[in-house]
Each structure stands twice: as C-alpha cells, then as structure tokens.
Design a protein around this ligand. Structure first.
Ligand code: NAG
Ligand code: NAG
Length: 536
C-alpha cells in the first residue's frame, strides 16, 4: 500500500514537472545571527567583532537589580556554551586563524546596559518591553524597563554566529530598535490531562523567554486530575490528582513564578469552572451536579452546582488562596464547554427553572458566572473563554475574553463592539497536528488582520494578543517539548513582529532558531524538513 502510494506520487511529479530533481543539502539553510522573533527595525553592517570572554566587559551603568544581573550571567553562559559545543574538535591551543580580512573590527570590548528606570518587581500586563541595541566595539543596550533589557539581552545573544571554521563567535556591527506589537503573547499548558514535571515546566519558560513570549497560562486542573495542592483544601489533590506524587506544591508554584519573573514572564493560573471540574468532585462531590438518564436513574456527576450557596462559599475560599499565591493581577476562570444536558436532566434544576422564570437551562451557566466573578478579590481581573461573553454575562470592564472556536471573525467583532479586550487562540491549537512545516499555518494568522477593516465601530487595539494552546491529551513529559517547539515560535513571532507571510527567509531563520533552542537544551523538533544542526 505504502509502496503503491510512493510510486503514484513519483508518477504524479513526473507527469507534472517532467523530472523530479532532488538537490543535496538542507531544504532551508539556517540563517546566521538572525533574531527570532524578527525585530521591528534592524540594520546590519559588514564589519564584525569577535567574542572573547576574557576581553568582553558587561557594564550595568544605570539601575541594577538581581533580575538584571541574573540575565547578564545567563547571556554570557549562552555564548560560552555556543562556542563550546559548536566545535569540539577544534584545537584551541593551535595558533588562531589570522583574521586578516579588513571587515574584522577587533574583539567586542564592552556592552553597557542603561536601564533608565528602577526595576519592577513582577512583569505585568502592559509592561514596557521596548529596547535599543547598538552593536559596536563598545556596544550599548537601552530600555526604560527591566523587561525591555531582558528582551534586548535575548536578541543580543541571537546576533552571535559561528565563523566559517566554527572556532569563533562573531557579531556584526549594527542597530536594533525593537518593541512588541501585542502586549499578551502567551502559551497555555494543560497539566491535568498529563502531569508535566517541574523540570519541563522550567524548560518551557526558558524557551518562552528565547521567543520573547510573556504569559505562561497555566491550565493547571481539569476533569481528569487536580494536581494543584491546596493548603486550605488538601483533599482536592490528595484524592483528585492522578497520584499523590503528581502534584504541584506551594513551593513548586513559587519556583515557577520566580523562574518566570526572572525572564519577564507572567504566570496566569486557570481554574476552569463550572465545567471541566470532574476531578474536583473526587474530594468534594457536593460541588457537582447529579446527572440522570431518561429513566430518571442517577448516572454520575456533571458540572458544578450553580444553585447551591455552598458552591460559591467554597470557590471564594479557593480563589482567595490562589490569588494570594500568584502575584499576577489576572486570573483565568474558564467558563467553556459546560454540559448543559446534565443540568437539564436534574429534577431539582427543572423546578428551579420554573420557580425562577428562567428561559432555558443555559441560564444556569450565566447565573453561575455572574455569581462567581464577584468572588475574585477586588483588584483582580478575570479572563474567560468566549462562551461566557456569548451568554451575555455582564463582565467587568477589564475582563479579557479568549476566543478559541472556529469561525472566529464574527465573534471577535462582537467582543470588540462590546469594548472588551480579547486574546486570540482559534488558529493556534498545538494539539492540531499536521506534518513538518505546519507552523506556517500558525504564522500566517494575524489576529488583528482577521477583523481589520471589517467594521468602523471597533478598535482592533483591543485585540491585546493571543496564546498558543498545548492541550495535553496525548502529550506528556516525553513529547511536550518537541510538540510545542518550534511550532509555538511561529505564534511568538506573529505576536511580536510584523513579517506578513512565512517566506523562504522566515523558514531559514526558524532553522537557525530551532538549532539555537536545541543548543540550549530545548528538544525542539526540526521545523520544516531535511536539515541539520551543528554540535547538538
Ligand atoms: C530607541 O531609539 C529610538 C530611535 O532613535 C528612540 O526614538 C527611542 O526613544 C529609543 N528608545 C530607548 C528606550 O532608548
Ligand atoms: C415569575 O413569573 C410570574 C408570572 O409572570 C410572576 O408572577 C412571578 O413573580 C415570577 N417569579 C419570579 C421569581 O420572578
């Protein structure tokens, strides 16, 4: 069968082109020293400098803080490692290659970092991430925000590339003026369908920083397991996690938040309610609704029970704990895919509908969200899946609506016309797999372009960003890194830069960036097809 298919394909190619020519070598040769995501403005000149860790001095000239000094140390470690793994067979004691070409401008002497405002403690929505980088023998990096300095240092490391004989690191003279197009550039990771280890979560954050992504959307619990270890309600994970060891303790979560903060990444937890909560009911069955079949026989537990006060008392206590733990102002409370049939099957709900003049069972979902949003602490802001908006639940002004369903443009228009901010995910489900090169489909979707010009009464700036989503039904520690990277890199560049289509040059840059991630311990898969990385 397979053979027949191959023959037919070859025959097809033969008929169309006459001859099927295959050239040796990689399908897309990697670029050299290209920044990913592509900066807004960049000039590259021919003169270049050499990295020598004994000569280069990094000077923090203005404000300083541990986030900055840690990032400097990480950048230097990256450069040393690039040199180390690139050419294990180069004899460093042998006389150095004579650099007699007149485009060589000497060793890189210094990088002066000018952070012109004090460091902020935590990254936040709307933080400044712009920076200017000038590469010369004495280079400078400037930003008014620590987060801009972090982005600039990341770009700085991308600019280095190996010399042709792989024994030196070079960087070209030039300038970069850079800033993101979208404020919210996220990755959702589902840690309920499969537990993802702490070490992989930290690696994911490293890779996010390499791609200038700034929101880790932690879809921490769902129907299948409840790995969040609550202090107030320890039974939730003791009984609801897959196993007592497959949990995230308070210390684990603190570690994730710190690791992310040092890389300018916000950690937004999601506690999805009232659906997707079956695992909550292992310890707390009273939270959930009893579902019945057509004969009126009890068949199991469904979504949370919206007509019992105790549901909300519990949620308020849990949210209180979660909001004390996560410094982030936004919290995601889900609200998607509620099983209305279960509510409909329950005689108590039927009575409630009549007594309270509800028009349909869907009103329970709206009722639930309307009761739940005020439970959040005063200065926190909710993010909800699009269904909550669709039901007409009155949402606080600063609520962000996340769009995930197909046929997204009309939905986005409605949300924008209601003056809400939105984040986009429909085209960016990483669990939807095609084959090598499917990242181009992610790359070619621009959330603002989807609705730009369709109506005059909308403000496309309210599309504040988007998220690539890694639902984990068939993803665990074994394959999550290669499933996410470099496919999420396409989303990262779309949200940062302004390249319009996945051109040949974008393919070449992603080859280099993928090798770069591999070199830093991220097991990203080959992006497009045949090719190679050196040293990894
Ligand atoms: C970066 O350079 C641009 C153009 O010269 C300038 O307008 C901007 O203020 C600079 N930004 C920073 C953070 O220095
Ligand atoms: C429901 O509707 C009936 C008839 O319109 C009205 O008399 C009753 O007060 C309503 N009940 C509630 C709870 O709104």
């Amino acid at each position: 069968m397979f053979r027949l298919f191959v023959y037919l394909n070859i025959l097809g190619a033969f008929l169309v082109t006459g001859l099927h020519i295959v050239e040796p070598g990689p399908e897309y040769p990697a670029s050299k020293g290209a920044i990913w995501p592509r900066p807004q403005m960049q000039s590259i000149e021919i003169p270049y400098y050499k990295f020598d860790s004994d000569i280069l001095e990094i000077k923090v000239v203005d404000h300083d803080c541990p986030i900055l000094s840690n990032a400097v140390q990480r950048s230097l470690a990256v450069l040393r490692e690039m040199l180390r793994i690139a050419s294990p067979y180069v004899n460093r004691n042998a006389p150095q290659q004579v650099l007699d070409d007149d485009t060589y401008d000497g060793p890189l002497k210094s990088l002066s970092i000018y952070l012109t405002s004090p460091c902020e403690e935590y990254p936040h929505f709307g933080m400044i991430e712009s920076y200017n980088l000038t590469i010369a023998a004495d280079s400078t990096l400037r930003s008014s925000s620590i987060w801009g300095i972090l982005r600039g240092l990341e770009s700085w490391t991308h600019l280095f590339h190996l010399s042709d004989n792989r024994d030196q690191l070079h960087i070209n003279k030039g300038e970069v003026h850079d800033f993101p197009r979208y404020a919210h550039r996220g990755l959702l990771v589902d840690t309920s369908r499969h537990y993802i280890s702490m070490s992989n979560i930290l690696l994911i954050l490293d890779a996010m920083a390499m791609n200038k992504m700034n929101v880790f959307h932690w879809h921490i619990v769902d129907d299948q397991s409840f790995p969040y270890q609550s202090e107030r309600f320890p039974d939730l994970s003791r009984l609801g996690a897959y196993h007592e060891t497959l949990v995230y303790t308070k210390e684990n979560i603190q570690t994730v938040i710190d690791h992310a903060r040092n890389r300018g990444i916000r950690v937004i937890p999601e506690f999805d309610v009232p659906g997707h909560t079956r695992s909550w009911g292992v310890a707390k069955p009273d939270l959930l609704t009893h579902c019945y079949d057509q004969d009126g026989d009890y068949v199991g537990l469904g979504p949370m029970n919206p007509i019992k006060d105790s549901t909300y008392t519990f949620l308020q206590e849990l949210f209180h704990e979660v909001q004390a733990l996560f410094p982030e102002r936004y919290i995601h409370i889900g609200g998607d895919e509620v099983d209305l049939d279960c509510w409909e099957s329950n005689p108590e709900f039927q009575r409630y509908i009549q007594e309270h003049n509800l028009t349909s069972v869907a009103d329970f979902h709206a009722l639930f969200m309307r009761n739940t949003i005020p439970l959040l602490s005063e200065n926190s802001r909710p993010i909800v899946w699009q269904e909550v908006f669709d039901e007409g639940v009155p949402l606080p002004k600063d609520t962000i609506v996340q769009v995930w369903k197909e046929n997204e443009a009309p939905e986005m228009l409605n949300i924008l016309r209601a003056s809400h901010q939105l984040i986009y995910s429909t085209g960016w489900y990483l669990d939807h797999l095609n084959t090598g090169g499917d990242w181009t489909e992610f790359f070619n979707k621009d959330p603002r372009d989807l609705v730009n010009g369709l109506r005059k009464d909308i403000n496309v700036d309210n599309i504040v960003g988007g998220e690539a989503c890694m639902w984990a039904e068939v993803v665990n520690d074994m394959n999550i890194m290669s499933r996410v990277w470099p496919r999420a890199s396409a989303v990262a560049e779309r949200l940062w830069g302004h390249e319009s289509q996945a051109t040949y040059q974008v393919h070449c840059r992603l080859e280099e960036h993928t090798c770069r991630m591999n070199a830093r311990g991220i097991h990203a898969q080959p992006p497009s097809g045949p090719g190679f990385c050196l040293g990894v």
